[in-house]
Each structure stands twice: as C-alpha cells, then as structure tokens.
Write a protein that binds this ligand. Structure first.
Ligand code: ZN
Length: 98
C-alpha cells in the first residue's frame, strides 16, 4: 500500500456526518501530505532532470514544456544544484562533439 492509498483510506473513514474535529487524525493527514508532496516532487524532478536538460539543450524552451520542473527548481536548492551540475556536464559533452 502506498502513501496515496493510505491517505485515501484515512479520508474515507472521515464521513461528512461524523465529527471532523479529530485533530490527531487531521494532523496526521497533514503530515502525510507534506511528506508526500516534498518527497514525491523531488524524486519526480530527479527522475526527469535529464529529460529537462536535454529539452533545454535541444529546443531551449524547457521551462515552457515542463513548467512544473522549472517551478520546483526555483524553490528547491537541492534539485537546482543537481540540475546545474547536469546541465554543465551535458553542455560540455555537447561542445566536445562539435
Ligand atoms: Zn527538490
């Protein structure tokens, strides 16, 4: 069972007619979602970084093609460092081929 299913399962237990002010459950949900958002997006960015860099080298409009990645790179120093390092390597390889 992945995190998404777990959250769905906890949500399903919160029926509208029931008391929703269960702070413990809601707090737990919030933590889960925060973790999911950060981990998933960084992992996703990471797995698409080479694609993004290739696009940037090729068509120079990567930020338009993959705006979510550009957005993440702007707010996440870790991924941005990774991106710049990769861009550097690819650019050097590109130059050597000419
Ligand atoms: Zn990141």
């Amino acid at each position: 069972m992945n995190l998404r299913e777990l959250i769905q399962r906890v949500r399903n237990k919160l029926r509208p007619h029931e008391e929703l002010s269960n702070d413990a459950v809601l707090g737990f949900l919030r933590v889960l979602e925060d973790v999911r958002r950060e981990e998933l997006s960084c992992a996703e960015i990471y797995s698409k970084l080479d694609e993004y860099v290739e696009c940037e080298i090729g068509c120079k409009d990567a930020a338009h093609v993959m705006p979510l990645i550009r957005e993440h790179l702007d707010i996440c120093q870790e991924c941005c460092d990774e991106y710049e390092a990769l861009l550097d390597v690819v650019e050097k390889m590109d130059e050597e081929q000419k």
